[in-house]
Design a protein around this ligand. Sequence first.
Ligand SMILES: *Cc1c(COP(=O)(O)O)cnc(C)c1O
Length: 454
Amino acid sequence: MERTKFLLDEDRLPRSWYNIVADLPVPPAPVLHPGTGQPIGPADLAPLFPMALIGQEVSAEREIEIPGPVRQAYALYRPSPLLRARRLEQALQTPAHIYYKYEGASPAGSHKPNTAIAQAFYNREAGARRIATETGAGQWGSALALAGAMFGLEVKVYMVRASYDQKPYRRILMETYGAAVVPSPSPTTEYGRRVLAEHPDSPGSLGIAISEAVEDAAGRDDTHYSLGSVLNHVLLHQTVVGQESIEQMALAGEEPDVIIACAGGGSNLAGLTFPWLGRTFRGGRRQRVIAVEPEAAPSLTRGRYAYDFGDTARLTPLVKMHTLGHDFVPAPIHAGGLRYHGMAPLVSLLKDHGDIEARAVHQLPSFAAGIQFARTEGILPAPESTHAIRVAIDEALEARESGEPRVILFNLSGHGHFDLSAYEQYLRGSLEDYEYAAEEVDRALAALPGVATG
Ligand SMILES: *Cc1c(COP(=O)(O)O)cnc(C)c1O
């Protein structure tokens, strides 16, 4: 193990990404053109993405080979560790076994480089010089800035204002990797200027930042757009996580009964769980899969399964997903990576079909779980990841109460070293929960595009 790590031996990594579309129990809904309402074709996406990624977006092939340079870059930090949380189990006095896959050991600190590296590679191959993107908490921006540095691409990041103010060190990390970062809404795009004119104090949202990045990319020949979650090809790239976990659980001699991940756009959940779900769909054992989202942005538990835009300015195609409405602006919780109005279409479809469960949790009990995890296991989790830990702990406590042991596997999607001000607020008692803004969501849902969802 040490030796292969030392040699950066990519032979130990999966050779292909797993595409769940090949095994889905029901076919995915088509993606629609925002103007015509008709299904879009690859040519519609060509101004924004390289053809290789568009091909993956619409592929139904079960296995898609990972290019050599991508596997070499993965080998910097993959395979990621699978660990058993024995001290946490002891502290909880639970008969449950708790395992976690740790994605925080990547250079950017989360699972996001798994797709950033692949996207930078394909953009570079297609001749793009520059990529524009959005970032919530700054994790995605950091990952793409890192990947841009690896493959020689300029990176421009529109960073949600609330996070830009809360997390200056994330911005500095992106700039250190060579990216240019502006707070969103920004005065550098037409849409940003429009939002600022109406709401000078706007905390921003992922929906607004996406609109700005898409406008930037669409307006320049040398620039493509890149998204850190939600899209099929992003979820696809994350499946290295779940494939590794299948091998690693086999080495541990156990099978999970319940698999848990936090869900913002759905990519880390998909990454860990899709390879397991695929085995189930092909006739294997069934595991419970739980997506955990914040009470402040509860798209899976309280949103509507309908066609909606991916962004606030309605520039993106329409996708069928669980949504809170494209102009919903969630409360500024610290789990910035979970503040998105929609959910990946593939994750939404599985939820609608009853293949996965969803739970919403507040940020205070999530931080409490994160601190218990730090004090027992030593790793300081990202605020997003604490949502998964909360539910993993609740499952372990349930096992204690009911006397039904179980094997729990969750995705520890990132570390929280840049989120210490949030931890400080929690420790000082000044962090609050936000009530779910039911009227806000009703208002945003009323603005859903009128597309027949038959
Ligand atoms: C971005 C992020 C998430 C949420 O994004 P998904 O697309 O749902 O994976 C979760 N955890 C961390 C650490 C993140 O950076």
